[in-house]
Design a protein around this ligand. Sequence first.
Ligand code: ATP
Length: 890
Amino acid sequence: MEGTASDGLETALKEYFGHAAFRGNQLEVVQAILRGRDVGVFWTTGAGKSLCYQLPAVLGKTVLVVSPLISLMQDQVHRFNATVGAEGSSRRLRAVFLGSAQLDPHAEAAALAGEYCLVYVTPEKLTSSNFLSRLRSIPNMLVAIDEAHCISEWGHNFRPSYRSLRALREELPDLPLMALTATASPRVREDIVQQLQLREALLSHSSFDRPNLQIRCTRKTSKAADYRKIAQDITAMKGSTIVYVMTQSETEALASFLQNAGLKVAAYHGSLSLAEREEAHVSFLNGQIPVIVATVAFGMGIDKPDVRGIIHYGPPKTVEEYFQQIGRAGRDGFEAVCELISADHDFQTYSSEFYLKGLSQEQSKIVQNSTQRLRAFASTSACRRRWLLEYFGEEPAFPSGNCGTCDWCQASASRTDRAGSAGAGSTRDFRAAVAPILLAVAASQRFPQPVTQLLTIINGSWKPEKLMSIAASVGAAQKEIQEMRQALPPKMRKEKVVRELIISLCEAGHLRHWTVTTSRQFCSSFEVYSLTDSGQAALKTKVPVMLPVSLALQQLEEEEERKLQERRKEVARFGLDAQKMPEEALEENSPVVWYIRKLQHWKDSGKAELVRKAEQHEELRRKILKWRDEAAVRLRLAPAAVLSEQAAVALTYVQPTTLEGVRSAGVRITGAESLAALIAEAKPQEEGSDKDLPLKQVAQQGAQEVQGIPSPVRQRARMQLPSGLVTPPKKWPGAIYKPGKGGTKPPWEQSYDRFCQGESLESIALKPASGRPIQTSTVRSHIMTAWTFGKPVDLSQLFQQGGLPSETEWLQLDEAGAAIKVNFSAEIKLKEILAAVLGDSVNRDAAVKSEADKEMEKQWYERIRVWEAFRKVGFSPTFAEEGDVKRQRL
Ligand SMILES: Nc1ncnc2c1ncn2[C@@H]1O[C@H](COP(=O)(O)OP(=O)(O)OP(=O)(O)O)[C@@H](O)[C@H]1O
């Protein structure tokens, strides 16, 4: 037929568009539409669909292009007029858009007179009755319906206004129609054909595959770590990158973080002015700003060929939206990376009213289903490209069955390399790791819980108060759950791992989740979990629970292993034999690792006194280990049986000087007294003990430096404490009880409870609730706090090893308190008291203070805490020197 010969079309392709040859089925489609045949173009993103209607337009047709968004139309008109219809070409080669945003009052009349080759319109405009009837006057016309999936209620992006396009066929039956979309499932495609009443149409399909896109899915960690990772990824992508985020505020936050990291970035979202959006858009297109952080508002029709990366920080709403957005990468055919960084709970966001408003029930179901499918995609244990293709109803044609380029394929290839056997799709028996999860879900089945609550049940920090209906069942299961957890390697107890296992249990059908909506103050929805039949069976029978190893889980395990190896090296550098230490002792927060880092920090501080302190600790540890080795020879035991490496570290830090103290660190052999004596010998002594001479010298030396203040240690009158439990005369009025983390008892109360049960200060200091050793003086101040809360305390036991102010010190403190008008019913600033006692020198920079100053200040703080507590509760102590009459200080 005239005008459809391929050589003529090829010439036009070169002349107007500068392309050497047709891509894919472009020629066939253009020929069909020029012959007046209806066409459906179902090609993937970036395949070159626009050319299918733009080429007929330059060849004399007037093409009406229906487009869903004004911004998209404006952009396409701008692009066409800047290239094909550039300055100097005839007006007939130009494009125009019609609608409210068109400022030229003559544009519509000129378009209807056939003066433009491409006329972009919204569906509302096209089907308004007077416009449709006026179209009859345009000769040689055809209509292209872009984003045609919007017509289908089965699609993810149904727009009721697209439905009115059905009127086209009825009003203008001879008009050739072309429907184009990149994101349509087979069912949606059928619907498009039916709704538009396409007749004997040429239906052209292309593969949805985009081989040059490397797809990755990772999990969010913490915002700070995620932002840093995004900055690194963008740098590695070496080219233009679009970062999609879920909220406008996040575009601003992330953009400014990336700017601070030295990247050229613009934020883009719907609340920016048109001019600001335009500027960001243009700067991105022309490459001046290579990175754009945007909401979904940075939308369809972005045709920048060299976008090297698309990062989603938080998922889009549907698989179709995701596919469309990643489709903006690598349109030049070169490699590009598409990374989806999500948390499983992000997907939950889209089930809220906000995202579903205006949708019919059916539509909302379709959208939610697609959200859930995208959620599954993010945690799938399979090739991601294969998954996407299958979602769009296509059988992948990869030579090896899997794409080989996505993160999952690459990870399984590297596993294969390492293990020498096929790693892809491997499954493992996770019975031990999932048993606490299954039990926690079973225990809460009468009132199914969201994941955050399940995690607290699993880790033992669950509080029953408000949820009494399951209090008994969860309480009864707690012991077993905790025992199961204790038997697991530490890495399998990590919250992130437990979360991934919950996802895997859902995927495997052992758990099911559904959304519940509460309408208390705010309408909120969340997911809760229950056991399926197979989950019940997995819980009851002790058979293996085989689950696919998801990539997220594999990455977490590898990350944990890597960190563990690093800690092993760290511990080995410190001179400990990491191989002989249980994994538990090498945990990130374990006392040993924490102590090693603290010691290193002292050494690296460059401050003489801290370096010396580190040396003293190391010297003490050497002595303790020497004692251990000698004891081992004497008792014919293995050294580790006398004292483990980690116990030696704890002893070095806490420095217990009593038999009970060293026994608390796990020293069980006979003759442990000599170890306590060894530590006492090495340790700086507290005032009042038998070995206080060196310390007194230090303190006196320091006192001489502080002019006019008498030495605090010259006076011999000591506080006389009653024996047995002492209830304070009154509770401190400022005592307001604040629970600890997760509703547990605060640290001071935990220390108090243990002290009341007869545990020594040193023993509590060695194993406090936080896990890391603390100073005995801290434990003592915990118990003083309990006293101010009105709890009875055995004071003589508490100060058995000193720590009380002398009479002179007490008087000094009283004078200082009066001078600065201390109010004992409120919190007291200890440093102000110290300054009132020792003078302004205490406010000097720590760097210029002598070691003696610091030591003296430390001792004074301890005395101030005692004085403060006694005064807060109105307790008046008595003092006496040896053989002296007791004096009470009111
Ligand atoms: N025959 C061709 N040869 C070379 N480049 C082409 C050809 N046809 C189109 N292109 C280019 O391919 C890119 C993508 O084309 P187009 O924007 O039409 O894609 P699309 O299929 O509409 O994608 P999307 O659905 O993602 O918008 C454009 O830069 C276009 O210039």
